[in-house]
Design a protein around this ligand. Sequence first.
Ligand code: MTE
Length: 324
Amino acid sequence: MVIKKAGDIKSSEITDRKTYLNRRQFMRGATLAGSVVATGFLYRQLLAPEPVLPTPTGKVAPDAQAAPKQWGLPGEEATPYQDITHYNNFYEFATDKYSVARTSQSLVTRPWTVSVEGLVNNPKVYDLDELLKLAPQEDRIYRHRCVEGWSMVIPWLGFSLSEVLKRAEPQGNARFVAFETVNDKKRNIPLTDALDWPYVEGLRLDEAMHPLATLASGIYGEALLPQNGAPIRLVLPWKYGYKSIKSVVRIKLVERMPPMTWNLAEPTLYGFYSNVNPKFAHRLRDQTAERRIGEYGKRETQMFNGYGDEVAQLYAGMDLNYYF
Ligand code: MTE
């Protein structure tokens, strides 16, 4: 993520790991021997064997080569399964992308409930199996753009969040939806000291009702692995990746704009809306281009990550450089 820190370091030159460490340094005033840390990190990257993990069904994980052609957007290949499942941000488990696949395997994902509550006529605590059957699971192939400047194309399996919300019957004064990630140490979540937990996120109710807002339970037709937010997560393809909260346990309809984790950590860097916007440089990072994982060079970043035809009307009249 883009991290606030002592102003002498250019964000464009900071790796994700270093960025994280610098942020913790800033926040805690602690000192770390940076070169030692960086060297240790490099050694780990070189020496650690890449774990190839079985999917929960025991089937061999598919990859983009073997997968049928429909796993891609027009003119864009789907990102290989191995990359989608081994280059992850899940700060509860680890702070570098390469170790999340290993450290998150401890996550206990059954039994699992998701509570839909707050300003609704029909609050309900769903058992996961019941929730997954609310609507047909669809293959939804979306671009996934992280504010750090990388992107993927991910073939999710899921359905619109609106399926859950409309059954809950939002009350007239419900204007926002707040989301919360599991936070229970009994589920073997190490909860690193990277952020304050639980991880929380929010949407305006009309954003949450948009058909592109997806509750995903799989990738490439296979159940989500822990590192991608098992057993159920949000996917918001027109927003920066950090809005797509993983391993959701609570969906609460509220009247006021709810807090979001990265905004709490760095209010001037991470706005509530966080729509992908190449014209708005976050204070520390230019957003005009992105590196598609698996490709050389960079692609131009598209407004709303290429989903403007679908979502732009949600923001009509808003200055998106102000409401970032
Ligand atoms: N959700 C939780 N609970 N914890 C996290 O650390 N990271 C976010 C988002 N959801 C995160 C999270 C960020 S920064 C990104 S870019 C995406 O998840 C990464 O999703 P992926 O690992 O499936 O690519």
